[in-house]
Structures are given as structure tokens and as C-alpha cells.
Design a protein around this ligand. Structure first.
Ligand SMILES: Nc1ncnc2c1ncn2[C@@H]1O[C@H](COP(=O)(O)OP(=O)(O)OP(=O)(O)O)[C@@H](O)[C@H]1O
Ligand SMILES: [Mg+2]
Length: 1107
């Protein structure tokens, strides 16, 4: 938020003299003094800035200050030169108004410093950029150069400007500097030859001698010693606080920045040296025959050196110092110069040379700083011109007259512009214009500059008049012509009132300037106005080979001889002041009035009389009166309302309507008399400062109340905020505390619960234990029993392991058991609750495991009948079931391995079993014998090849059998072959077929119940084969032969099944006879095989060994 401040805030005395009450010279000076004592060196008169020289550096020109004043309204901050510079710069940039800053004041009042402050402020706030910065730098650096050549130490100021300076700074439309033009006015050239006591020549002479290198000095033929030069006063050659050597370096550097070429600098220094040399040329009189003295140069060394320096022929210059040529029309006359005239000529040359050099420097600087662009420029002019000069005891001469004339003109323009501005503002604001009483100094200006009877015109007239002209004749003329003028005073005046005025000497006249009366001594007026330089000298200078020298004396060119007198100094000055005034009139003026607080050039001293004198001649009180003629104070409605709105309830804190209405309401509410103010279009005009101060006073009081209110609200807010913070903190603390308390409580409950839980668990466990003890003999008591059982088992196992000492496994078993026991013992107490059940389950599981592992020893053979004994009574049912299931399973497994062939073999075996099992004693021994079928290997054996080929079908069985002879019962070997459709008996040796019987012819087969191999093949009665009778055969493979025969019968569809008759007695048909074959159990004498014996015709007895 922008903080609105005002000039009226923290004011020491009054910041704007317009508000001074009562207004008189004393109060004016008191206010200045009051402010000066508080380091407030700036005070306003409206928009005019009064600047007091503080004679010490104050911390008010810092970059921060520049920023503070930048873009702020004039009356917003306390008075400052920056405020004026800012106002001027902004109205130039934003409103396109050319500006001029007029700085006046007496010598040492701070004009040059003020002009530099303005320039540096503008340089700081205007645009930036490489080109712009270069321009700025050149403009600023022109100051040290001009100060070196144009400033000198005087009694009143150690750095006094001895010329008037007006500088136009040119800006483009953006407000960036483009360049500048400097105009100089009336350099005090008399100083070159002679300086008043306690003063010095221009700085450059001292700077050159102190600061230049030995080499440079040698080139310039100079000596470092000041005392060697007549033109340099010795008594104050060194000034406290001035370092000439350092200044010389600064000046050289500045010349380089401004754009001087090295050769140009050298030329300038040569001319400076030439002036010094010139001062050293002395003359002596030489008597001539005609009785006149003629001057001669005393010591030609300096002259010679000077001529060498400038490239002038020595004789030419020497002659110019001795003779003077006067030309009139076509005639030329040469007169000699006496010593005094020679000195006059020398000094005139030195003065002219130096002042022309100074003007050349200004022109040269202008060339450098000239704006390049041709576009329209905005201009800000800075005028640093000498203020009124009034020397005591009528020591005022032509220079003071000229200076004071310039100041009269400035006052004139000031009055004109101030009044014009005031009037314009009234019209702009629609305020009735009241005529303002003020002193108009136009009359004094007229006294000086009037073309017919003005003092300057008369001086010129005197200078041009033929005949004897002296200062006295000039004064006479004044006395006659200006006698009636009310501002002209002279002793010789016809006006008798001054006849007795002893303060007015005869050789003087007095002018009542607007700033006071000034007494002028007429001596030297004519000479100074003439400003004569003998033509011989200018021609001698023109003849120099030094180009700058020639340039400075163009009138010395013999080709352009001008017989007309050059314009007088007064005339020239008047003309240039006229141009300046015209120039200033087109611009918006800004005034800085510099005041010097004391004569001692020291800080903190305020000499009332001195200040009073300046206040008077600067016409400052007059200035305030003009400014206050209508209304003392004016302010835009917005600022006025903003500043005083707290004085009225309707406007505080915010006025909603237009600002003007607000101010009206405000002033009515404050009961300000209506004649005290007037309403303009945008501003309120307050007639009397007292009204403003009353408002200010009331505002101050109101602000105190407001401050209390704000304090109250702030304190309330602060306490409330603090309280809320405490409250919030309390909630947080309480929350944390509650949490902590609850946590503690919870921990206690938890541990209590755990204790209780453990007690309850203990109690429960004990209950269970009791119950377990009670159910010791019951099944649930397995825990104990299992423990015992495991103990027993372990002991048994241990015993077994002891016996099998080398069995390593025993150790681990024991270890495992022991570990188990240990662990059980260890954990019994922890798992008391469900240990019983667990151990029971485990025991059962272990028992079952052991039981099942025990069963594993049983073989997979279906024949194996073995089965372990049941280990526990409770497994009885499962044990038998398991045996059955296992047997079924292994049979299935066994069957699963069978191939088709093997299956057929077993089917045969099965059939054999069906036929013979429990019927014939031979059968069990055949069970383990596999049914081979082809015992003779008839296919492979070559012996039976013939027989084999005789067989039409596949041979199912081939065996060696015994055919029982029916006669004696003895057996003879035969080959027995069986096919699907018949059986064949063949000779064992030859393989010749003895009998081939088709199987359908076979009726039955008879065998005994004994363990013999006899069988009878009985043929069907009536069949083709039956004629030979039945066959009684014996074979080792009886069971197989019979089974196969039976199978063929079973599978053949075309015939009946073969009957198998098993009995120990059966009938066999031998041819026609039927013989009974009887089987008896024989004694051991019969040997292992059965023996057959014919008992009779009808009986064959077979004795079979006992089993
Ligand atoms: N604002 C200031 N702050 C500090 N010192 C200042 C200020 N103004 C002036 N001075 C001092 O006063 C001296 C004289 O000031 P300055 O040269 O500006 O006077 P002037 O008015 O130009 O005099 P003259 O008419 O002789 O040239 C300066 O050298 C400086 O020491
Ligand atoms: Mg100055």
C-alpha cells in the first residue's frame, strides 16, 4: 500500500514559506534559521526552492534519496532539490514542456553545487543504455573541465565560478538525454592578470604546475615553482582541501571523456603556458630622440620561450609591444608605446587570449555533447549564474554592474512568469482573479538597458565618441540624463537631495536595485567596456604557427581587416542576456534560490545579518507575498480529503462521493469561515495559512485519538489471538495428556488381564490335570499311559540298541526318543491344556505308523499266506480287513503283470485245478510246474522234422509217454502229440506215426486218485479209431495232458466235452477185451515210480508208491 505523506508531516518550522504566519522578514529568517539548525537546508516558497549552503556533506544525496523522491509529488515529501528536479524532469517527459532551472544566489551560496545535484539527479532517473550513459557521462564530465578553466578561489568561495553558465540538456520523447549546449557569460578575465588579495588565479594554472609530469612541463617550458610567475598570486596559491595535482588528473580524464583529442589537450596547455610566460614579460623605458619613452622588453628569455611555444616570430611580437599601428580609412600611422601602455597591451593580450581560449573550450565541448539526432528535442536548461554582487564601500565596478543587470532581468522574468502562472492557475481553476500588489522592477531594467537613455547605451556612446573620453565624462553624462530616474542616485545629480549624502562619493553613482541599493565606482567602466586589444597584437598572434592560436585571433588576419570597432563588452552582454531571457521565457521556470549562511565558509554558523541581506536582495519575502497574494495554500481535492477526512464523521473513514463534495462537507463540518477558502475545479484554495494550521492542529489531535483507537483494536486483536492460541494449545495438551493417561490405564488393565488370564488358565489347567488324573484309567489318560508306554518302548529300544552296539542308528533313535522325552517334559507344563490330546493323537499316529510299517515286511506273492499277528486288540477288525484288502490288492497287482500267454497258461492251471484239485494226489506236485507244452521241441529238433511236417495243425503238446503193453503191463516209449483236432502216437526212435486219433472219437479219459502218471484214453464205441482199442499211457506230465485235452473239448463247438473219470479202478477196452485197471498203494520196494503188472486177463494192477 502506498503511504501518503505530505510536506506538512514532521515539519520543522514551516517547510513552505507561503504558510509562514505572520509573514515578515524576521519570521522569515527565524524559520530559515530554525530549519538550518535542524539540518533542513531546503525550504519552499511555493514551487521555489530556497537552498542554504550547509558547508558540509549531508547524507541527503544518496541513491536511496533519489529513489525516495523519484516520481513523487512536489509537496509529498519534505523540501529537497530533488523534488524540484523530479518535478521539472517529469513535466518535461510527460507533459512535453521545456524546462529551465534558474539558480541564483551570491558567490559561495551553492549554485554550482545545486546545478550539479540537479544534473546528477536527472542522470540517475532518466533512461539507461550504452549510448545514453555515454551522453550522460559527457554532460557530467563537462563540469570539471569548465570549472578548472573558469573557477578560482576567491575570498568568498574556494571554488568560485568566474563565469555565467547556461546549459541546455536535450532529451528525446522518452526522456533519455541526447546531448546538450552550453552558453557562457562574461568570464571574469581581469583575474588572469591580477587577483585581489587572498584570491587566486584560475585553477588550471595551479593544477598544471602541480599535476603535470616533468616531461610535460619541460615541453611547455614551465617550472613547477608558482613563484616564478608574475600572474600567479603567491599568498594563497595553496588552498586547504584542494589537491591541485589530483584535480589536474581529473580534468585530463574529463577532457578525454568529453572527447578532446590528445593534440587538442596539448594545444590548450600550451596556451595556458603562454599566458604564464606572457605575464613574465617585463618592459623597460628607452628614451627616444623625440623625448618620448619607448618601451623595450627587459629580459627576452620569456618572450623567446613563449614565441617558441606558439611558433611566433619573436621580432614581430617584440615590435607589437613597442609600437601601435592606428589605421583610419586608407591611412596607417605607427605610434610608440610607453612602458605603461606596453604593460596594458600585454595584459590585454593575456586576458583576451585566456577568455578566448575559455570560449573555444565551451565551443569544443558543445561540439562533443551536441545531440546527434535531428528530431525535435525537449530541453531542460540549467542556469548557474552569478547572483547579486554588492561589495562594501562602493568597490563595485563594471563587472558587478553587468552582473546585477543580469539579475534584474532574471527577477523580471521571475515576476512575469510567477504571476503569469498564478493567473493561469486561477483561470484554470475558475477562481476569481484578485489584483496583486507587487513591485515590478521593469523600471530598473529600463534604466540600464534602454536603447536611448539607458546606462549601457550611454556608456557605448561615450566609448565611441571621438575626443577625450574618461570615466568622469561618462558619469557626467549619466548625471545629466538619468537625473530624474527614481532609481538612480548621484552626488552630482541635479537632484539636490543627494548633495549632502556623504555615503555617495563623487566618482560613484548608485542604483536602487530591486534587491537593494548598490554603489558603483565609475573607474574602469569605459576601458572595460571597450575591451581594447591593439591590432598589432592580434595580427602577431595570427601569424603564429600554432593553429589554435590562429583560430582564437581571426581578426588578426590581414586579409580581413575590419576597421569597424568591435562591439563593446556591455553591448555584447546585453545582447546575450536578451537572447537568454527570450530563451527562458519559452520555458517553464523552476527556481533555486541559494543562500549563504555565513562568511566563514564553515558549517553550523548562521549569521542573521548576512542571511537577512541575501533574503532582501533576492526579494524572497517579496516572492512569498506574490505567491500568497490570492490564496496562500492550494491542494487537490483528493489529497485534501485524504489528509483531513478524519476531522469529520461523514468523511471518515471513507468518502464515497466525489472528492470535491467530500471537501465541502468536511470544511462545513469543521466550521471554517467561507471567506477563508475558494473551490477551484480540481483544487481547494485556502486564503490564510492560519486556517491550514488550524486544520493541521485538529488533524494531529484526531490522529492521536485514532492512534489510541488503533492501539486499542490492535491490543484487543493481539490478546484475542494470544488467547485463541493458548486455547488451541490447551486442547492439544489435554488431548496428549488424555491419550497418555488412557495408555497408562490400558497398560495396567492389560497386565492385570494377563495376570488374571494366567491364573484362570492355571486354574483351568489344574482342573484338566485333576480330570486327567481322575480319568487315569480311562482312554483320555493316554497321556500318562503313552508316557509310560513310550518309556517302555524307549527302554526296550535302548536295550535293543545296547545289544546292537554297532548299530549307529540306535544312537540317533535313543537321542530322538530322549529328546522327545526331554521336550515333552519341558513343554508339558506349557501345553498342559491340550498336551494330552496332542500326545494321544501323536501316540495313536505313531502306533499306526509303526503298525503300518510292520505290515510292510509281508511279501507281494499271492501265495504268501503269512500276515503279522495283530499288535493291539483295538485294531482287530481293521487288521483282518487290511489282510483281506492287501491280499486282494497284491493279487490284482500280480494279475496286472500277466501277458496274454501267461494268462492262458494260468487259465490252464486253473482248469487243471478245477479238474484235479483234491481229486488226485499227483495234482499238488504239478502246481509249481509250468505247463510247457512242447517238451520235445518238435519244431527245432531235426530228429522230429518229418513227424512235424506230417502234422497238419499246430502241435499243442509234444511229450514222451509210455504206452502200457496190455500183455505184460510193461511200458514202451512213444511220442505223444496233441493238436486241436487229434492226438498222435509215434515211434520214439523213428518218429513214425503209430496211431492218429481224431479228438471227436475220444470219449473219456480215466485217471487214478493216486500220485501216478497213468491215464487211459477211451475211444467212442463204434468210431473209426475204436478198432484198435483204448490207450493206456503213462506220462510225467499227466496233469497237463489231461487239462489240455479237456480244454480242447471245452472250446470246440462241434463235439462234446471229454469226460474225465477219476477213480482208482476203471475199465479199458483192449481190442475185444475189457480189462480193469486197479491202483493200489504199494510199499517202498516199488521205488519211486509206479509199476504196472498183469495179474490176469481181466486185471492190471498198478502199484503206486506211498506218498
Ligand atoms: N548542498 C551542499 N552540500 C554541501 N556543501 C555545499 C553544498 N552547496 C555548496 N556547498 C559548499 O559550498 C561551496 C561553494 O558552493 P558553490 O561553488 O556551489 O557556490 P556558488 O554559488 O557556485 O558560488 P560562485 O558564485 O562563487 O560560483 C562548495 O564548494 C561546497 O563546499
Ligand atoms: Mg559557482
Amino acid at each position: 500500500m502506498e503511504v501518503k505523506t505530505s510536506l506538512l508531516d514532521n515539519m520543522i518550522g514551516v517547510g513552505d514559506m507561503v504558510l509562514l504566519e505572520p509573514l515578515n522578514e524576521d519570521s522569515f529568517i527565524m524559520n530559515l534559521r530554525n530549519r538550518f539548525d535542524h539540518n533542513e537546508i531546503y525550504t519552499y516558497i511555493g514551487s521555489v526552492v530556497i537552498s542554504m549552503n550547509p558547508y558540509r556533506s549531508l547524507p541527503i544525496y544518496t541513491p536511496q534519496k533519489v529513489e525516495e523522491y523519484r516520481n513523487r509529488n512536489f509537496y509529498e515529501l519534505s523540501p529537497h532539490i530533488y523534488a524540484l528536479a523530479d518535478e521539472a524532469y517529469r513535466s518535461l517527459r510527460d507533459q512535453d514542456k521545456d524546462q529551465c532551472i534558474l539558480i541564483t544566489g551570491e558567490s559561495g551560496a551553492g549554485k554550482t553545487e545545486a546545478s550539479k545535484l540537479v544534473m546528477s539527479y536527472v542522470a540517475a532517473v532518466c533512461g539507461k543504455g550504452q549510448e545514453v550513459n555515454k551522453v550522460k557521462e559527457q554532460l557530467l564530465q563537462s563540469n570539471p573541465v569548465l570549472e578548472a578553466f573558469g573557477n578560482a578561489k576567491t575570498m568568498r568561495n574556494d571554488n568560485s565560478s568566474r563565469f555565467g553558465k547556461y546549459m541546455d540538456i536535450e532529451f528525446d520523447f522518452k526522456g533519455d538525454p541526447l546531448g546538450g549546449v552550453i552558453s557562457n557569460y562574461l568570464l571574469e578575465k581581469s583575474r588572469v592578470c591580477k587577483q585581489p588579495r587572498g584570491e587566486r588565479n584560475f585553477h588550471i594554472f595551479y593544477q598544471l604546475l602541480s599535476g603535470a609530469s616533468d616531461d610535460t612541463l619541460m615541453k611547455l617550458k614551465l617550472d613547477r615553482d608558482f613563484s616564478k610567475y608574475n600572474y600567479l598570486s603567491l599568498d594563497s596559491a595553496n588552498v586547504n582541501g584542494l589537491d591541485d595535482a589530483a584535480s589536474f588528473r581529473t580534468v585530463r580524464n574529463a577532457m578525454q571523456i568529453v572527447g578532446f583529442m590528445e593534440a587538442e589537450v596539448q594545444s590548450v596547455l600550451e596556451l595556458v603556458a603562454a599566458v604564464l610566460k606572457l605575464g613574465n614579460i617585463e618592459f623597460k623605458p628607452e628614451s627616444r630622440v623625440n623625448g618620448f619613452d619607448e618601451s623595450r622588453v627587459k629580459d627576452k628569455n620569456d618572450l623567446k620561450e613563449m614565441c617558441e611555444l606558439l611558433g611566433i616570430e619573436q621580432s614581430v611580437l617584440e615590435r607589437a609591444f613597442s609600437y601601435r599601428t592606428v589605421e583610419a580609412k586608407m591611412e596607417k600611422m605607427s605610434t610608440t608605446l610607453n612602458v605603461a601602455q606596453a604593460y596594458y597591451a600585454r595584459d590585454a593580450l593575456a586576458k583576451n587570449l585566456y577568455s578566448r581560449l575559455f570560449s573555444w573550450l565551451v565551443t569544443r565541448i558543445n561540439e562533443s555533447i551536441k545531440a546527434q539526432a535531428k528530431t525535435r528535442h525537449k530541453v531542460m536548461g540549467v542556469l548557474d549564474i552569478y547572483g547579486f554582487e554588492i561589495f562594501e564601500e562602493g568597490d563595485n565596478s563594471f563587472e558587478q554592474f553587468i552582473i546585477n543587470y543580469c539579475n534584474e532581468k532574471l527577477q523580471q522574468i521571475f515576476i512575469e512568469l510567477t504571476l503569469r502562472e498564478e493567473q493561469e492557475e486561477y483561470i484554470r481553476e475558475d477562481i476569481e482573479w484578485t489584483n496583486i500588489e507587487y513591485f515590478n522592477n521593469a523600471v530598473i531594467c529600463d534604466l540600464i538597458e534602454n536603447n536611448q537613455n539607458g546606462i549601457l547605451a550611454m556608456l557605448d556612446e561615450e566609448c565611441l565618441r571621438p575626443g577625450t573620453v574618461t570615466d568622469d565624462t561618462f558619469l557626467d553624462k549619466l548625471n545629466t540624463i538619468c537625473a530624474e530616474h527614481q532609481h538612480f542616485e548621484s552626488r552630482l545629480n541635479k537632484n539636490s537631495k543627494f548633495l549632502t549624502d556623504h555615503s555617495l562619493p563623487h566618482s560613484c553613482f548608485r542604483i536602487q536595485h530591486y534587491a537593494g541599493k548598490v554603489l558603483y565606482r565609475v573607474e574602469g567602466f569605459v576601458d572595460k567596456n571597450n575591451d581594447l586589444l591593439y591590432r598589432d597584437l592580434s595580427q602577431a598572434m595570427y601569424k603564429a604557427t600554432h593553429s589554435l592560436m590562429r583560430q582564437l585571433f581571426p581578426e588578426g588576419n590581414p586579409a580581413k581587416v575590419n576597421l569597424k570597432r568591435p562591439p563593446t563588452a556591455g553591448f555584447q552582454f546585453k545582447a546575450s542576456v536578451g537572447v537568454l531571457m527570450k530563451n527562458l521565457q519559452t520555458k517553464n521556470p523552476n527556481y533555486i534560490r541559494c543562500i549563504k549562511p555565513n562568511d566563514k565558509k564553515v558549517a553550523h554558523i548562521f549569521t542573521d545579518s548576512l542571511v537577512c541581506h541575501q533574503v532582501r536582495y533576492l526579494g524572497l519575502v517579496e516572492n512569498v507575498r506574490v505567491r500568497r497574494a490570492g490564496y496562500a495554500f492550494r491542494q487537490p481535492y483528493e489529497s485534501c480529503l485524504e489528509r483531513y477526512k478524519m476531522l469529520c464523521k461523514k468523511t471518515w473513514p471513507q468518502w464515497r462521493g466525489p472528492a470535491r463534495d467530500g471537501v465541502e462537507v468536511l470544511l462545513t463540518d469543521c466550521s471554517v469561515p467561507t471567506e477563508e477558502f475558494a473551490y477551484g475545479r480540481s483544487k481547494i484554495f485556502i486564503r490564510n495559512p492560519r486556517t491550514l494550521f488550524t486544520l493541521e492542529e485538529r488533524r494531529r489531535a484526531c490522529l492521536e485519538d485514532l492512534a489510541t483507537l488503533i492501539q486499542k483494536i490492535y491490543r484487543g486483536w493481539k490478546s484475542r489471538t494470544h488467547f485463541l492460541l493458548l486455547k488451541k494449545s490447551q486442547v492439544v495438551v489435554a488431548a496428549w495428556y488424555r491419550r497418555y493417561a488412557q495408555q497408562n490405564k490400558y497398560q495396567k488393565i492389560k497386565s492385570a488381564t494377563l495376570v488374571m488370564q494366567s491364573f484362570i488358565r492355571g486354574w483351568k489347567a489344574r482342573n484338566i490335570l485333576r480330570q486327567l488324573k481322575y480319568e487315569k484309567r480311562c482312554k483320555e489318560a493316554v497321556t500318562t499311559i503313552a508316557a509310560y508306554w513310550h518309556g517302555t518302548q524307549a527302554r526296550m529300544e535302548l536295550r535293543r540298541l545296547k545289544t546292537e552296539a554297532r548299530n549307529k542308528r540306535a544312537v540317533s533313535v535313543i537321542w530322538a526318543y530322549w529328546q522327545g522325552t526331554k521336550v515333552r517334559r519341558e513343554y508339558r507344563k506349557f501345553f498342559r491344556a491340550n498336551a494330552g490330546k496332542k500326545i494321544y493323537d501323536f501316540t495313536i499316529q505313531r502306533i499306526m505308523q509303526k503298525y503300518f510299517l510292520g505290515l510292510k515286511t509281508t511279501t507281494m506273492s499271492p501265495m504268501d499266506n503269512t500276515w503279522p499277528a495283530k499288535p493291539y486288540g483295538f485294531l482287530e477288525g481293521a487288521h483282518t480287513q487290511l489282510r483281506r484288502i492287501f491280499h486282494l490288492w497284491r493279487c490284482k497287482k500280480y494279475r496286472g503283470q500277466f501277458t496274454e500267454e501267461k494268462k492262458a497258461v494260468y487259465e490252464e492251471k486253473l482248469e487243471a485245478s478245477e479238474i484235479f484239485k483234491d481229486k488226485k494226489a499227483l495234482y499238488p506236485s504239478s502246481v509249481s510246474q509250468p505247463f510247457k507244452g512242447d517238451y520235445l521241441e518238435i519244431q527245432k529238433n531235426p530228429k522230429y522234422q518229418k513227424l512235424n511236417s506230417a502234422m497238419e495243425e499246430k502241435v499243442l503238446l509234444a511229450d514222451l509217454v509210455n504206452k502200457i503193453n496190455r500183455a505184460n503191463g510193461k511200458g514202451s516209449p512213444r511220442l505223444f502229440l496233441l493238436t486241436k483236432s487229434n492226438f498222435v502216437l509215434a515211434d520214439q526212435k523213428t518218429g513214425q506215426v503209430k496211431a492218429s486219433v481224431p479228438l471227436p472219437d475220444l470219449a473219456s479219459v480215466s485217471v487214478s486218485t493216486q500220485s501216478d502218471g497213468f491215464f487211459a484214453l477211451k475211444l467212442k464205441e463204434g468210431s473209426a479209431s475204436a478198432s484198435k482199442g483204448d490207450f493206456l499211457l503213462s506220462s510225467e506230465h499227466l496233469i497237463e495232458i489231461i487239462t489240455k485235452l479237456h480244454r480242447i473239448g471245452t472250446t470246440a463247438a462241434d463235439r462234446d466235452q471229454i469226460n474225465i473219470d477219476i477213480s482208482d479202478e476203471f475199465l479199458v477196452q483192449f481190442k475185444q477185451d475189457k480189462v480193469c485197471v486197479k491202483f493200489i498203494q504199494g510199499g517202498p520196494k516199488n521205488g519211486n515210480s509206479a509199476a504196472c503188472k498183469r495179474k490176469n486177463n481181466r486185471l492190471l494192477e498198478v502199484s503206486v508208491p506211498s506218498p
